[in-house]
Design a protein around this ligand. Structure first.
Ligand code: MLT
Length: 279
């Protein structure tokens, strides 16, 4: 695939930029990179321009000095993406899809740069901040990856990312996800964990989001369960976008885009077509 490099804020950020048509921005989760979207990129590029960056510190994108120690806030990742859209000369409002941590970032994009988005897809993600225990676990993982000098401690997340059935019957999927995690640098993992630990609770601001919204969740998601995503859809609907749908994806846990790529891609495609339909 065609990888591009974008220099900004003293660092280099990598992105796939393929296909032609109205733009769709795919924002990956943690501790992953844009490779999680391979199936969606392949299917959507025939009809859309698909832009899939590696967030700062993950995949082939670099961290700036101090990012590892201070953590990268969700608003910082979102600012990188806003700058990237300027660099790509994309001024019109686009459709953004955020998976899990990418959803935290997409929410910041929608709240801070509302004119950038015509459509917002929130996939297996949350609007609430972490509880104290979860925050402490993030700091512990940040320290563990730095101490081990590898992504290995982050592999502990693997069972929670996939539905039980995927783990039992699809070893190829578990292997693929393991490979994506293992190629992440410890500094990028630590920076993301520290940033997520201090992210804000945006539930009370969901009604300020003006973009059309769609929620997608794996039916067996143990990290952002369907009930929590349903609450998010209800809060988003209060923004006046009275038709915020929640698509529940069969045969999938948290990593629905990888466990059931066809269902997730179809939901994104249908929504994006609606968003880009001339009024
Ligand atoms: C993700 O998939 O991006 C993570 O599970 C997000 C998180 O750790 O909160």
């Amino acid at each position: 695939m065609a990888e591009r490099q974008f220099s900004h804020d003293g660092i280099s950020l990598a992105l796939e930029d393929v296909g032609s048509g109205p733009p769709i921005l795919l924002i990956h989760g943690f501790p992953l990179d844009h490779g999680m979207w391979d199936a969606q990129i392949e299917s959507l590029r025939g009809r859309f321009r698909v832009i899939a960056p590696d967030l700062r510190g993950l995949g082939r994108s670099r961290l700036a000095a101090g990012d590892e120690e201070l953590g990268v806030g969700m608003e910082r990742y979102a600012a990188d993406l806003a700058a990237m859209l300027d660099w790509l000369s994309i001024g019109e409002p686009i459709v953004a899809v955020g998976f899990s941590m990418g959803g935290y970032v997409a929410l910041q994009l929608a709240l801070r740069w509302p004119k950038r988005l015509r459509g917002l897809v929130l996939c297996d993600t949350r609007a609430a901040a972490d509880a104290e225990e979860a925050r402490a676990a993030r700091i512990k993982m940040a320290e563990a990856v730095m101490q081990s000098g590898s992504a290995a401690p982050a592999l502990a997340m693997l069972p929670k990312l996939l539905a039980q059935r995927t783990q039992d019957e699809r070893p190829d999927i578990a292997e693929r996800v393991r490979g994506i995690i293992e190629r992440q640098r410890p500094e990028g993992i630590a920076a993301a964990q520290r940033g997520m630990a201090r992210r804000e609770d945006v539930r009370g601001r969901l009604d300020h989001i003006i973009a059309h919204s769609l929620c997608i969740v794996g039916r067996e998601d143990a990290i952002s369960p369907p009930a929590e995503m349903h609450e998010m859809a209800v809060l988003l609907a209060k923004s006046g976008d009275d038709d915020v749908r929640l698509v529940e994806v069969e045969n999938a846990g948290h990593l629905a885009p990888i466990e059931n790529p066809a269902a997730v891609t179809d939901a994104i495609r249908t929504f994006a077509q609606e968003c880009y339909r001339p009024a």
